[in-house]
Design a protein around this ligand. Structure first.
Ligand code: HEC
Ligand code: HEC
Length: 387
């Protein structure tokens, strides 16, 4: 029922007959709803929003976003100084890493695939299992995680503070506050909210440019919203309902179920990923086991592993090979041709014990921590706390 309430337009189109069916508990009725609605009506459901939402306590400023970009690309944020956020969220792979599951500190193989950060500005809960409630909260997670960037949070603030350029940038981006752990998170989150997928052929098509996508892709769009029922979860311009479902991928990872042990439907449930720029982000799923988009569609065609947690929206689809190819052709139209991302210039390390005080502009402010002892620094960053 909730699902129907989320889509009033669809409800209106279904008409009385289907509403009666809904009353009798056939709410899942899958394709009945979809097929009565025209292609033109469906197109309206995929209009892009005109604005990026920013939270009240972390509104956009260019200074914050520029600083956040430097932090995102700066390997000095990791304990061993060689892994940046962009090592795994690589713009060349549409902000994923192109691996089934990534590698973190000391080449530790991670348990889940690196998701894209594209369009996370619009997301609600972060991570495959939704364990973080905001980008701000999320940003500190990987830095501290031993398997990922293995950083000590107190050490990171000290370390960045010892870099004169960062002192300046934090003072400018956060007047009166300067460099703090919270502000590291706020700057990174602000940058992430600028990482939005650009105009794709699909967007041109729904804006009225009939030749922007192929006939196969248009048939794929109809299937997506109809017989194949993909829209049940991949809804709206960002192709996600921001919710969690078990789509019957066979492995032991309980996903959201680890946090909601008593909720049957949350076992093996993962966050519905956006389908924007999906072509560039292979392989797929939380465990990277589906190599191509054709594999993904073939998986849906089987209906997935049947178990109590399997979503009620999942069932064998009986799609022909042609129909499966059409769905893939449709998904390929969701890739935008974006401007190339320029690597940011990073503030250089201080050149000597007192250099932080001598050589910087007054805007840098004083180095409010004692200069870091080199021996201690090596121990702190690579092996153990330096205390
Ligand atoms: C070693 C690889 C690696 C590094 C480094 C890394 N991430 Fe991630 N990131 C991941 C993985 C894997 C996940 C998903 C983990 C999960 O769901 O359990 C993830 C999830 C995320 C998400 C959630 C996306 C979503 O749709 O829910 C965001 C945002 C994110 N990372 C941002 C960052 C930021 C910011 C940094 C740097 C401070 C960073 N990541 C560093 C691998 C990495
Ligand atoms: C019941 C909800 C649901 C339905 C229906 C559904 N999906 Fe998904 N989709 C998800 C979830 C959840 C995931 C992530 C699952 C995982 O990683 O275990 C996913 C993952 C994907 C991915 C991989 C994206 C990535 O970045 O890893 C693609 C592509 C995809 N779906 C396409 C489709 C298509 C095409 C259809 C229709 C044939 C469809 N989905 C139907 C919920 C759904």
């Amino acid at each position: 029922m909730t699902q129907l309430f989320q889509r009033p337009l669809q409800r209106a189109v279904i008409g009385t007959l289907a509403s009666v069916a809904v009353l009798f508990g056939l709410a899942g009725s899958f394709s009945a709803a979809a097929e009565t609605k025209s292609r033109e009506a469906w197109k309206k459901e995929y209009q892009r929003p005109s604005e990026v939402p920013y939270p009240d306590d972390n509104l956009y400023t260019k200074e914050k976003a520029d600083l956040g970009k430097k932090l995102f690309f700066d390997p000095r944020l990791s304990g061993a100084d060689y892994i940046s956020c962009a090592t795994c969220h690589n713009p060349s792979f549409a902000w994923g890493d192109g691996l089934p599951t990534g590698f973190g500190n000391a080449m530790t193989k991670l348990g889940r695939r690196t998701p894209t950060i594209l369009n996370t500005a619009y997301g609600e809960l972060m991570m495959w299992d939704g364990r973080f409630e905001s980008l701000e909260e999320q940003a500190l997670g990987p830095m501290a995680a031993p398997a990922e960037m293995n950083q000590e949070m107190e050490a990171i603030a000290d370390e960045l503070r010892a870099i004169p350029g960062y002192r300046t940038l934090f003072n400018v981006a956060f007047p009166g506050e300067g460099l703090s752990i919270d502000n590291i998170a706020k700057a990174i989150a602000t940058f992430e909210r600028t990482v939005i997928s650009g105009t794709a052929p699909f967007d041109l098509w729904i804006a009225g440019e009939e030749t922007a996508i192929s006939e196969a892709a248009k048939r794929g769009f109809d299937l997506f919203n109809g017989k194949a029922n993909c829209v049940a979860c991949h809804s709206g311009w960002n192709f996600t309902d921001d919710s969690f479902h078990d789509i019957g991928i066979d492995d032991d990872d309980l996903g959201r179920g680890e946090h909601f042990k008593d909720n049957v439907k949350m076992q093996h449930a993962f966050k519905t990923p956006t389908l924007r720029n999906a072509v560039e982000r292979a392989p797929y799923m939380h465990n990277g086991t589906q190599v191509t988009l054709s594999d993904v569609v073939a998986h849906y065609n089987t209906g997935g592993v049947v178990r109590p947690s399997l979503s009620d929206e999942m069932r064998p689809l009986q799609l022909s090979q042609q129909e499966q190819d059409d769905l893939v052709a449709f998904m390929a139209t969701l890739s935008s041709v974006d401007e190339r991302i320029a690597m940011p210039l990073l503030p250089p390390n201080d050149q000597g014990p007192a250099a932080g005080l001598r050589q910087t502009s007054p805007a840098a402010g004083p180095a409010d921590v004692a200069p870091i002892d080199t021996k201690c620094r090596v121990a702190r960053l690579h092996l153990r706390p330096c205390r």
